[in-house]
Design a protein around this ligand. Structure first.
Ligand code: SAH
Length: 228
């Protein structure tokens, strides 16, 4: 079974939205598992402190290296084959290719930062790989972790209704997806493109391909450059 372990100060945020719909059904069918580990269990003193002021001064607080390392060490064995990922705006951008790579593996270990972030030494000392979900700042890693998990879980065998509906999507071939239509045939004076009603599957495939290329060229020329 594909296993996700999430280290967080807010374990009640899990499974959250992943307990619903496709991922929720898959969770109850044991197609994957999720454990949320409360970092605060290893907090210090009567108040179970997990953070402290930044060395060198400045605003905010920093998650302590010793507290986070103790939490990780209490739950992980050295031979755990899963990638150890720290959600971080400084990280490698999350992509469909990475989601596929992790979905094909045994699962993931996710560490959610809070405050100004985590002490740099625990990133080095526990070999955490930093992953970003985009160029903006969230208030914590939890929503980023849920995003990463959603992207992986829907790719696990048996999770998606129709297996092939994972293969055609935006980014899978390095292109954005073509437009979709369904009934009614006419809506507010807008017909469905004639070719989609023609029954000519080769022509439909060619049309979709052309639409994908045009959309990608207009909206995400960076993706086309990456493919070449
Ligand atoms: N001071 C940091 C931001 C801290 S935000 C900086 O400027 O880089 C607090 C936590 O939210 C981070 O430790 C991280 O775990 C999470 N987070 C914020 N934005 C994120 C993003 N774009 N991707 C992934 N995690 C993010």
């Amino acid at each position: 079974m594909w296993q996700a372990s999430v280290f967080t100060l807010y374990p009640d945020m899990f499974p959250g939205p992943l307990g619903q719909s496709m991922s929720g059904t898959a969770l109850s069918k044991n197609l994957w598992s999720l454990e949320a580990i409360d970092i605060r269990d290893h907090g210090l003193g009567r108040h179970r402190a997990v953070d402290d002021t930044p060395a060198g001064g400045g605003p905010g607080m920093v998650l302590r290296a010793d507290v986070l390392a103790n939490s990780l060490d209490s739950r992980l064995t050295p031979d755990d084959p899963r990638p150890r990922l720290l959600l971080s705006p400084r990280g490698k951008p999350l992509t469909q290719a990475l989601a596929r790579q992790w979905a094909d593996g045994p699962g993931v270990i996710l560490v959610c930062g809070r405050f100004e972030g985590v002490d740099e030494r625990v990133i080095e000392g526990r070999a955490l790989e930093e992953i970003s979900i985009g160029d903006y700042i969230l208030s914590g890693g939890e929503i980023a972790a849920l995003t990463l998990l959603d992207a992986c879980v829907r790719l696990l065998p048996g999770v998606m209704g129709k297996q092939e509906s994972g293969e055609d999507e935006s980014f899978e071939g390095g292109l954005l997806e073509y437009p979709h239509y369904t009934r009614p045939r006419g809506w507010e004076g807008r017909p469905i493109p004639e070719i989609l009603l023609s029954g000519d599957h080769a022509k439909i495939a060619a049309w979709r391909r052309a639409q994908s290329e045009a959309l990608t060229k207009a909206r995400r020329p960076d993706l086309l450059r990456e493919r070449n």
